[in-house]
Write a protein of this length. Structure first.
Length: 351
């Protein structure tokens, strides 16, 4: 149905030191920034990274810190910071962002020797990439590892995106204080990778459909990924929340979904699905919003799909549209008899 199964996230940098088999470019890594500093005499910033702890309901998490009980010292390595993220180092809205056990998901990673090691030893360093998303955490997530629980991002979500988590969903908290275009939405659907014509060239393309559940009423949004940005979609799953700072907002007609694209300054954030703790009787479930009386509240869920969002092999859709044409009878015939069948053409001004 358009959602491609994502392989397991690797929460270690150890595979980069394997001399025989290197991790494929499609691998998704969960990393923790342990420190950040400039290379002396240059304006180049470097992160010191290691594997990020797992959520407590993940199969690999064996203790409250999200790590295996018996574990050797975690492998660390350097990673060049892409210049796209340099403004975050000094912006007051992101004060302390990289000093609070910051975790992130990344893919399309390459390793190189930057030289200058003691005794001529190599200094293995990950090359800069924008195929990453910084993880934002909230206290309401019961599966947040103990080591990360003191470092949550309610204030940043309020200041940058103008949202807060309450009643099982994100709601509007204020007008964002951050002076830039921004977007916060829940991922509903991730399309398959395709190729489409853009600016006279056949270009890789992928679309993420989301809902602004903090708006009233909720609004749909399409995040269009082109070229190298297509790799970012590997980091997400349906039910995740994605935040974008400085996206490119496309002009749109009335009653059509918001459309955005990645630009040269776009920074990506993610919050994984907020799950209840698993019990001995049942698997963990996604949290469902409740209304003021405590009943399950489905009013803010976008059940309707517009025609422009339809993709091949989608099923169980709710469409509201105008019938503009009806075909002649196209009977279906088999051994059991004949069944009348008609095709209709529908329109909702978005296709």
């Amino acid at each position: 149905m358009g959602e491609v199964l994502q392989i397991e996230t690797l929460r270690t940098v150890a595979p980069f030191f394997n001399r025989i088999i290197k991790p494929p470019q499609s691998t998704v890594f969960g990393l923790k920034i342990d420190s950040m500093q400039p290379i002396p005499g240059t304006g180049i910033w470097v992160w010191r990274v290691s594997g990020a702890p797992e959520p407590l309901d993940a199969g690999g998490a064996k203790n409250a810190d999200g790590h295996q009980r018996k574990r050797r010292a975690e492998t660390q390595m350097d990673a060049f910071v892409h210049q796209r993220y340099y403004p975050m180092i000094e912006a007051h809205e992101f004060s302390g962002f990289f000093t609070s056990a910051r975790t992130m998901f990344a893919t399309s990673l390459w390793m190189a020797d930057r030289g200058g090691g003691s005794g001529g030893q190599p200094v293995h360093t990950l090359l800069p990439t924008t195929a990453l998303a910084f993880e934002l955490r909230i206290q309401d997530d019961p599966n947040l590892p103990k080591v990360l629980r003191p470092h949550t991002d309610e204030q940043l979500l309020h200041n940058v995106f103008g949202v807060r988590f309450a009643g099982g969903r994100f709601v509007r908290s204020s007008v964002p204080a951050f002076d830039a275009d921004q977007l916060w939405c829940k991922i509903e659907f991730i399309g398959e990778p395709t190729s489409e014509w853009r600016n006279g060239r056949l270009t890789s393309y992928r679309c993420i459909e989301g809902v602004l559940e903090h708006e009233d009423p909720p609004a749909m949004v399409s995040i269009n990924l082109w070229g190298e940005d297509v790799a970012v979609a590997r980091l997400f799953k349906s039910g995740y929340y994605i935040g974008l700072v400085c996206p490119v907002v496309k002009p749109r007609a009335p009653d059509t979904p918001i459309e955005v694209e990645f630009g040269s300054q776009t920074i990506t954030f993610v919050t994984c699905s907020i799950r209840r703790k698993a019990s001995t009787a049942a698997a963990s479930q996604f949290s469902i919003a409740q209304n003021e009386s405590g009943f399950l509240d489905y009013r803010r869920y976008a059940h309707r799909v517009q025609l422009c969002q339809c993709r091949k092999d989608m099923i169980n859709l709710t469409l509201i549209a105008r019938i503009v044409a009806v075909s002649e009878n196209l009977p279906y015939v088999d051994s059991a008899g004949t069944l009348d069948r008609y095709a209709v053409r529908i329109d909702d001004s978005t296709a």
